[in-house]
Design a binder for this molecule. Sequence first.
Ligand SMILES: NC(=O)c1ccc[n+]([C@@H]2O[C@H](COP(=O)([O-])OP(=O)(O)OC[C@H]3O[C@@H](n4cnc5c(N)ncnc54)[C@H](OP(=O)(O)O)[C@@H]3O)[C@@H](O)[C@H]2O)c1
Length: 296
Amino acid sequence: MDKFIQGCMKIKNMSVKEVRALIDANLENGVNVFDHADIYGAGECETLFGKALKEVPGLREKIVIQTKCGIVKDLSCHRYDNSTNYILDCVHKSLKRLGVEKIDRLLIHRPDALLSPEEIAKAFDRLQGDGVVDTFGVSNFSSGQIALLKNSLRQKIEYDQVRVSIAHCPMIENGINYNRYNDAGVNRDYGTLEYCRLNKIQIQCYSPYKGINKSFIGDNLHYRTLNKLLKQYAFKYGVEPNAIAAAWLLKHPAGFAVINGTTKPERVAQIVKAKDITLTRSEWYELYKSVGRLLP
Ligand SMILES: NC(=O)c1ccc[n+]([C@@H]2O[C@H](COP(=O)([O-])OP(=O)(O)OC[C@H]3O[C@@H](n4cnc5c(N)ncnc54)[C@H](OP(=O)(O)O)[C@@H]3O)[C@@H](O)[C@H]2O)c1
């Protein structure tokens, strides 16, 4: 199971040399999975990454490429499309941009209101049959939506990529507040956390350091108590606050993967130190409560 993944959503304005440095920093720190999507930088992120791969013989074989499709950034109508032809077309364009013969993991980026499981099944069969995709997953899908897909698919859904951080974790909050009339008890998760654990689907946490819109790390205006604790525990464990935020996710027994969106190689080295930290239960709960949450 992955512990860390490097997200490539923000690499668009980097040079090929800088992208290579980011790839190297990840490999040096034991991270070999890179997360893309056809829409990141309108395709530019995959193209840049492909250029970086091409520069170093043998680099492709050392890494796992994950990409996503299904969001249509059409100026005339922003929408979702999980139809067979749309998925097939996206994957072939991604292969071309990345300059590779195979994508290791393909995720459906968001559930389409017009989703037909049979259409996705047809696309997955074709992609697997042609040898251009190895494994499959989803992103932003609820338990019910995964179950619906599962009924028609021959392939296992291996991953669900979902937004989770200390500051944003309805999937954890819901479970603690089950059967309560408070806001946290409103079911926004549909039991997805439990469903994924039961079905051995790894949850990949995206935006692991983000609050409302930007990183909560150092944002004392909106997250003062959280930052105070991150600093305190960082000092105790001899790491940076970002490693504490990652350790909070890694402590969860579901076995989350943390997708780092940083573009800075030095931050990769800081964050991976989280794998050597085991927060105590009281530290974990103090961080959970530090953003204004109450326990029942
Ligand atoms: N499936 C989906 O719908 C979805 C949605 C969003 C993202 N994603 C994936 O998840 C990845 C991560 O998402 P994200 O970029 O929103 O999450 P993130 O890792 O929480 O990134 C937040 C931002 O925090 C900044 N940051 C500031 N101080 C930091 C510190 N001390 N340590 C670490 N980061 C710090 C980083 O900028 P610097 O570059 O300056 O470090 C980064 O831009 C994306 O690249 C993408 O692959 C998926």
